[in-house]
Design a protein around this ligand. Structure first.
Ligand SMILES: CC(=O)N[C@H](C=O)[C@@H](O)[C@H](O)[C@H](O)COP(=O)(O)O
Length: 221
C-alpha cells in the first residue's frame, strides 16, 4: 500500500454521528468521487463505512475507529477492540493515536502495533509532536503522520499544515512521513510535497461540505 499511495492524494471520507453527512452510503459515494477525481487511497472511520467503501471502490484504505473512553483522552483507534473491528474490514492499513498519553484500560502502544503486524496489516502512527513521531518509528510503525498536530493540549495548532515540523521529520526519520491535518488548499498539498513527504491525506477540505461552506461564509462577515 505504501508504494501505491506514494506521491499521490489520499482522501479522508469521514462523518461522525453528529455531522450532517453521517451515513455509510454517503461515505461510499464520497470515496467514489475521490477515486474519479484521482485519489490513490482512502482514509475512513468505522467498520460500517469501510465495508461500504470497499464495496464501492478498489482503492487501498487506511482504517480508524474513533471512540471515547472515560479513562483516556485518546479517541483514534484507542484499544485492541477497535483494531479487531478494523481487521474484519480487510483494510490495508490501520491508523491509531501514537501520542505518549495513557490509553484506555492501560493498554500499551507497542503491543497494539505488534498485534496489527501479527495480523498482516500495516500500522500508521497519528502523532502530534516530533518526539511522538520518533517514538513511533522506534516502536516499528510503517509510517508516521502529523494527524494530531494541534489536537493535543501540548502541540501547536496552525491554520494549515505544519511545514517546519514536516521538514524536520523528513530530515531526521527513516520511516515514510505522511502529511495529514489542515491541508486546506491545493497549494497546501504542493507545499507538503515540497517538504519531502511520502504521501498526504486531505479530509475536510474535500469531504466536509459544512466546513467548506463556513470557510466561504466567513469572508462575508
Ligand atoms: C484530529 C482528528 O481527529 N483528525 C481526524 C482523523 O482521522 C479527522 O477528523 C480529519 O478530518 C483528518 O485527520 C484529515 O484532516 P483534515 O480534515 O484537516 O484534512
Amino acid at each position: 500500500m505504501l508504494e501505491k499511495i506514494k506521491g499521490g492524494l489520499v482522501v479522508s471520507c469521514q462523518a461522525l454521528p453528529d455531522e450532517p453527512l453521517h451515513s455509510s452510503f454517503i461515505m461510499g459515494r464520497m470515496a467514489l468521487a475521490a477515486k474519479q477525481g484521482g485519489a490513490v487511497g482512502i482514509r475512513a472511520q468505522s467498520k460500517e463505512d469501510i465495508m461500504e467503501i470497499k464495496k464501492t471502490v478498489d482503492l487501498p484504505v487506511i482504517g480508524i475507529v474513533k471512540r471515547n473512553y472515560p479513562d483516556s483522552d485518546i479517541y483514534i483507534t484507542p484499544t485492541k477492540k477497535e483494531i479487531d473491528e478494523l481487521l474484519e474490514t480487510k483494510c490495508e492499513m490501520i491508523a491509531l493515536d501514537a501520542t505518549l498519553r495513557d490509553r484506555p484500560n492501560g493498554e500499551k502502544l507497542e503491543d497494539l502495533v505488534a498485534y496489527i503486524h501479527e495480523n498482516g496489516v500495516l500500522a500508521m502512527a497519528d502523532c502530534s509532536t516530533f518526539e511522538e513521531c520518533v517514538n513511533a518509528e522506534k516502536i516499528g510503525f510503517d509510517c508516521v503522520s502529523t494527524t494530531l498536530c494541534g489536537y493535543t493540549p501540548y502541540s501547536v495548532l496552525v491554520d494549515g499544515p505544519n511545514i517546519p515540523l514536516l521538514k524536520k521529520l523528513v530530515a531526521e526519520l527513516h520511516t515514510p512521513i505522511l502529511a495529514e491535518g489542515k491541508i486546506n488548499t491545493p497549494e497546501d498539498l504542493a507545499a507538503v510535497y515540497e517538504a519531502g513527504v511520502h504521501s498526504a491525506v486531505v479530509g475536510g477540505a474535500i469531504t466536509r461540505p459544512k466546513q467548506i461552506t463556513e470557510r466561504f461564509v466567513k469572508v462575508l462577515k
